[in-house]
Design a binder for this molecule. Structure first.
Ligand code: DX5
Length: 228
């Protein structure tokens, strides 16, 4: 069930497990699922594309049987085309690659979709929207990074709001309303309404959910209240 609705658009919350307690990851994912998270985002990092190493398909496969959330894999890695099959095998239902990390983006998007998996394209904060022009009609999701990728717990980059509005205008102008406009980084109950009003429809939140002082369910509920 969506975390909220705004202007007739369903809003989806995608807690990022990067911020979870990995000593009890399964329990945390079950808590987020029970609390009504819509998607679950796996932040895949290779220490090359971003200055951090996280985890791979093994963890996604371990989580698949214990959640009903859509498993959303955000590949912050170089040469993501080499790993698409493994993430599909692990149970990914949405795979997002960075436009900055691939040479043949159209081919990678087709490779993802050939598996019947949703394809997303991510842009870092300084990457211009023009990089979407020739691919946007082929994808299921646009991910705008609202922090520089690599770490959770960072501050939302304020200039992202204008970028979100411009992507929303692009999607609306082209009649691509079915495309999910996802944002990732520094999303909290304090800014989610403004980010939703700018046009985002899917919200990746790590520290605001898994780092919430009152627990995961309270973190999810705080978002639901902020959008009520
Ligand atoms: C950055 C990561 C983080 C994470 C969300 O590469 O993608 O943005 O998912 O982290 P928070 O919600 O703590 O900013």
């Amino acid at each position: 069930m969506p975390i909220g609705t705004l202007k007739g658009r369903e809003l989806l919350l995608a807690p990022s497990i990067l911020a979870a307690d990995f000593a009890r990851l399964g329990a945390q994912v079950e808590e987020a699922t029970a609390a009504g998270a819509d998607w679950l985002q796996a932040d895949i990092m290779d220490g090359v594309f971003v200055p951090n190493i996280s985890f791979g398909p093994l963890v996604v496969a371990a989580l698949k049987p214990i959640t009903t959330c859509l498993l959303d894999c955000h590949l912050m890695i170089t040469n993501p085309e080499q790993y698409i099959d493994e993430f599909v095998e692990a149970g990914a239902q949405q795979i997002t690659v960075h436009v900055e990390a691939v040479t043949h983006l159209h081919r990678v998007v087709q490779q993802i979709k050939a598996h019947g998996v949703r394809a997303g394209v991510a842009l870092n904060p300084a990457t211009p929207l023009q990089f979407l022009d020739e691919i946007v009609a082929d994808i299921n999701l646009v991910l705008l990074m609202t922090v520089n990728p690599g770490f959770g717990g960072q501050q939302f980059i304020d200039s992202s709001l204008d970028k979100i509005r411009r992507v929303r205008a692009l999607l609306d102008t082209r009649g691509l309303d079915q495309i999910v406009l996802q944002v990732d980084g520094g999303i909290s109950a304090r800014n989610i309404r403004a980010v939703a009003e700018a046009g985002a429809t899917c919200f990746v939140a790590g520290s605001s959910v898994f780092g919430h002082a009152a627990g995961v369910a309270a973190g999810v509920e705080e978002f639901r209240q902020a959008l009520a």
